[in-house]
Design a protein around this ligand. Structure first.
Ligand SMILES: [Zn+2]
Length: 66
C-alpha cells in the first residue's frame, strides 16, 4: 500500500506484510512518517529527554502538599 509522510509528503510504498500497513489500513487517521522523518523525530526526542529542560519539567511536583 501507499502511505504519505505527514511531515514531508513523501509517498512510500509499504509492504502489505508490514505491521504498519495493517495499522494504517485499520486506522486511516493514523499518521505515517517516512523513515527519514521518523529517524529525525526519534533523534530529537532522545535529545530532548536527555536535556535539562525535560528533566526539570518532570521534576515539577503536583500541588498536593498544601
Ligand atoms: Zn518524511
Amino acid at each position: 500500500m501507499k502511505a504519505r509522510c505527514v511531515l514531508c509528503d513523501t509517498i512510500d510504498v509499504i509492504s502489505d506484510d508490514n505491521p504498519l500497513a495493517k495499522k494504517l489500513r485499520n486506522r486511516p487517521i493514523h499518521t505515517y512518517m517516512c523513515e527519514a522523518c521518523h529517524t529525525r523525530i526519534t533523534d530529537r526526542t532522545i535529545e530532548r529527554t536527555s536535556s535539562d529542560h525535560y528533566r526539570s519539567y518532570k521534576d515539577i511536583q503536583p500541588k498536593e502538599d498544601w
